[in-house]
Design a protein around this ligand. Sequence first.
Ligand code: AHG
Ligand code: MN
Ligand code: MN
Length: 336
Amino acid sequence: MHNTSTSVITIERFIMEQERLHPEATGELSNLLYDLCLAAKIISRHVRRAGLTDILGGSGTINVSGDLQQKLDMFANETVRHSVQHTGRICIMASEEDREPVPVPQDKPAGKYVLLYDPLDGSANIDVNVSIGTIFSIHKRVTPKHGTAAAKDCLQPGRKQVAAGYILYGSSTMLVYTTGQGVHGFTLDPTIGEFLLSHPDIRTPDGGKYYSVNESNWNKWTPAVQHVVAAFKNGDGPVQAKNARYIGSLVADVHRNLISGGIFLYPADARNPQGKLRLLYEAAPLALVVEQAGGAATDGKRPILDVIPGELHQKTPLVIGSKADVAFATAVFGAP
Ligand code: AHG
Ligand code: MN
Ligand code: MN
């Protein structure tokens, strides 16, 4: 059914209607979400034309996690920063691509929100035209209003997030977010430059048909991880055998499982004893989205949202997706 202009719901209209549910809302969070929509459109435009402009390939630098920074990583990082930094809605921001948090410059107004983000997730897939994403996490500042924001504002448990979401540059560009009132998905209509509501109130199936893990790490896993992955591969007791899908972009793998049901795992292994993925701007925002959609996310032992961060780029094992699948895996990991 072709949407007529009267029936489409733009993300701006949706956010405004959500805001009306909260009489105390000042509109700052709504405006911050609009700012992120603008950044998403700009990044999407460049992702869609990456092969035609000099934006592919490495930038020749590495980030604090030791990853080679791609040109598009840096472009996306700057695009998000420039879309929010001057608005007076945030006091500090932290990115996968910056060693330290970036407080709003002294000469700019500081707002009450904190933005943590992975500007481009799945960087290894950029040059081979495979889906990539952007992940964002929004907290309220905890330091005094008129002081200078600090790392403490960033190091909050995921349960405290006021909003979280991601943009997926896939077969279409989608923005999926939650403010704790369910999960909603919007698809960018490039002909009008608007994100339109396409997936209202996303609920993830309790059990899923996919399992998603990098099996080349098999020999670095513990026996418990091997047992869990074998169960997803072959079926075991309550767990049905699942289809393997691994894109190598966390956002794409998590989104597929969110819609179709399934589980993604990036466990700790002999090479990554804390896991590979970062807590603050990968695991925690995606955990909030998945929990809000009826799924679950743990570090193999406890809910990701309950983990108290100690440092900005802290890594964590991640088990995320359909509730029954995550419960099975976490029970095996936690078994004595
Ligand atoms: P990023 O590009 O932001 O560094 O994230 C890459 C992450 C994540 O997107 C993906 O799930 C994981 O790296 C893939 O890692 P492996 O190649 O080790 O499987
Ligand atoms: Mn990432
Ligand atoms: Mn990244």
